[in-house]
Design a protein around this ligand. Structure first.
Ligand code: ATP
Ligand code: MG
Length: 448
C-alpha cells in the first residue's frame, strides 16, 4: 500500500508508548490503527535505556501495524520539552540577479533558512525545529509565504528550538533499533499546540498542561508560537506511589484504585467504601473513595502550585484561551474544577474524537499524526533544512540519566538562548530582583 498519505505519530511516554496510524482520506484525517505498550527504559520523559525502550517501541508499532494493516516505515516522533531552548533568529539573503529583482523560488527559501540557522549552537545541543514567524521582501514585512513575489532582499524572522543531543540521539537510536525510521522530530508542545488548539486559542494565548505519568509539561501557545514551557518532574506515577504508601497497598492495586475510584477534586467523591488489599493483613481494609481522592488531590495540588508559581514568576498574562488539559492524568474526574482553582479562563480536557483513542493520553500521538499532514509548503521547505542540520548527529555523551532530575523551564529569548535553570537555582536566584525582573520584562516583550 502506498504510504504517502499515511502518518504515524509516536509518543514515547514515561509510562507508555503510543503509536497511532493516521490516514488522510479526502482531506479528512482518520485514525486507522493504534498501539499502546507499557514503557520501559524511561525516566521522567527521557530515554535512559535505549535497548529496553526500543523493544517497547517495536511492540507498540507492531500493534499499530497489525490493526491498520499498514507496513510502517517512518514515524513522526514527539520530543519532550525537557531542556528545550527557544531563541529568535533572523536570516537575510540577497536574491537580486545582476542587481535586478527577480521572483522568489523554493531554493531562495532554502538558502534563507540555512542562513538563519548559522547561529552558534552549543556543541551539546541540536536543532529540533525552526518555525518562521514572518518573511520580509524589500522591507515589506508580515509575509507568510514569499514565493512568487518579486524582490531584491529576502528576510525571515522565526523561532529556533534546540534540545540536548542526548535526548534526540537516544530517541533516534531507540527507533532505529526497533526497526523504524524517524520521519520527523517535533517538540511535543509544538505538535499539540498547533494541532489540538483552534485558531483563536493559538492566536490569543492558551495554556496547555500535559499531565503525564512521569512529568507534567506546561506550555504557552500565543500568536501561533510556542512561547514558553515548563517541565515539572512529577506526574501520575507519583499519585500511584502516594496511594500505595498511604493505603499500604501494592502499586498495582494503587493504580487500579486511582483509575476506578479516583477524583482529582475530592469534594466530588462519594463516601462509598472500597475493599483494599493491604500488605500484611489477611482481610481487605475499607477506604472511602473520598479518602483515596484526597491523596490524589494533594499531589496534583503540589504540581499545580509549582506551575502557578512559575507562571507568576515570569509574569504570564491571563490567557484568553484558558487551559487545555492533556495526558493520562487528565482522565481523572474532577480535574477541571481543580484546575480552575489555579488558572484563569475556561478549562477543557482534550480527548480525540476518534474511536479507540477516546482518552486524553492519546492527545499527543494524535497531534503528531496530524502535524505532518497540516504543514504548509513553506514549513516543509524549512523542515528540509532543519533535517539537513541533522538532529542527533554523532554523540559523545549518551548518559541521559544524570540530567533529568530537576524541573526545567524554557522561554523564548530575543537576545539568544536563556540557559536552563534547575529548580534549585531558581529558588536561590528568585531573591535576586534583577533576575526576576529580567524575566518579567522579557515575557512582556513576548506579548507585545
Ligand atoms: N482513567 C485514569 N484515571 C487516572 N489516571 C489515569 C487514567 N488513565 C491513565 N492515567 C494515568 O496517566 C498516566 C499516564 O499518562 P500518559 O500516557 O499521558 O503519560 P506518559 O506519556 O506515559 O508519561 P510522560 O508524558 O510523563 O512521559 C499514568 O500515571 C496513569 O496512571
Ligand atoms: Mg506523555
Amino acid at each position: 500500500m502506498d504510504n504517502s498519505e499515511v502518518y504515524v505519530g509516536l509518543d514515547i511516554g514515561t509510562t507508555s508508548i503510543k503509536a497511532l496510524v493516521c490516514e488522510n482520506v479526502k482531506g479528512q484525517i482518520k485514525v486507522i490503527g493504534a498501539g499502546v505498550e507499557p514503557a520501559a527504559g524511561m525516566s521522567r520523559g527521557v530515554i535512559v535505556d535505549i535497548d529496553k525502550t526500543a523493544r517497547a517501541i517495536s511492540n507498540a508499532i507492531a500493534q499499530a501495524e497489525e490493526k491498520s494493516n499498514i507496513d510502517i516505515k517512518g514515524v513522526i516522533v514527539g520530543l519532550p520539552a525537557n531542556y528545550l531552548q527557544m531563541q529568535r533568529v533572523h536570516g537575510m539573503i540577497t536574491i537580486a540577479n545582476n542587481g535586478q529583482s527577480r521572483e522568489i523560488v523554493d531554493q531562495d527559501v532554502l538558502d534563507l533558512a540555512r542562513e538563519a540557522l548559522t547561529q552558534s549552537i552549543p556543541p551539546e545541543r541540536t536543532v529540533i525545529d525552526l518555525v518562521p514567524t514572518e518573511f520580509t521582501v524589500d522591507g515589506f514585512d508580515g509575509i507568510k509565504d514569499p514565493r512568487g513575489m518579486v524582490g531584491v532582499r529576502l528576510e525571515m524572522k522565526g523561532t529556533l528550538y534546540t534540545g540536548p543531543k542526548t535526548i534526540v540521539h537516544n530517541a533516534k537510536k531507540a527507533i532505529q533499533k526497533a526497526g523504524y525510521m524517524v520521519r520527523d522530530f517535533v517538540v511535543t508542545p509544538i505538535a499539540t499546540g498547533f494541532n489540538l488548539l483552534n485558531d483563536g486559542e493559538q492566536d490569543f494565548g492558551t495554556l496547555v498542561i500535559d499531565l503525564g505519568g512521569g512529568q507534567t509539561t506546561t506550555s504557552i501557545i500565543h500568536d501561533h508560537q510556542l512561547k514558553y514551557s515548563y517541565v515539572d518532574p512529577e506526574g501520575g506515577q507519583y499519585i500511584t506511589k502516594d496511594i500505595s504508601t498511604v493505603l499500604n497497598t501494592s502499586l498495582k492495586n494503587a493504580e487500579q484504585l486511582k483509575r476506578d475510584h479516583g477524583f482529582a477534586d475530592s469534594t466530588q467523591a462519594d463516601d462509598v467504601q472500597i475493599d483494599v488489599e493491604v500488605v500484611g493483613q489477611d482481610k481487605p481494609v475499607q477506604y472511602s473513595e473520598k479518602y483515596v481522592s484526597e491523596v490524589i488531590e494533594a499531589r496534583i495540588r503540589q504540581i499545580f502550585d509549582r506551575i502557578a508559581r512559575q507562571l507568576d514568576r515570569i509574569n504570564a498574562p491571563e490567557l484568553p484561551g484558558g487551559v487545555i488539559l492533556i495526558g493520562g492524568v487528565a482522565a481523572l474526574p474532577g480535574i477541571r474544577s481543580l484546575t480552575k482553582q489555579y488558572f484563569s479562563g475556561n478549562v477543557k480536557v482534550f480527548v480525540p474524537e476518534q474511536m479507540g483513542i477516546r482518552h486524553p493520553r492519546f492527545a499527543i500521538s494524535y497531534a503528531l499524526g496530524l502535524y505532518e499532514d497540516r504543514l504548509s509548503g513553506i514549513d516543509r521547505l524549512i523542515k528540509q533544512v532543519v533535517q539537513e542540520a541533522d538532529f542527533g548527529k554523532a554523540m559523545p555523551d549518551t548518559n541521559a540519566g544524570n540530567r533529568e532530575l530537576q524541573s526545567q523551564e524554557s522561554v523564548e529569548d530575543s537576545n539568544g538562548p536563556i540557559q536552563k535553570r534547575t529548580s534549585q537555582e531558581q529558588t536561590t536566584k528568585k531573591k535576586d530582583g534583577s533576575f526576576s525582573s529580567k524575566f518579567k520584562s522579557l515575557f512582556n516583550n513576548l506579548f507585545d
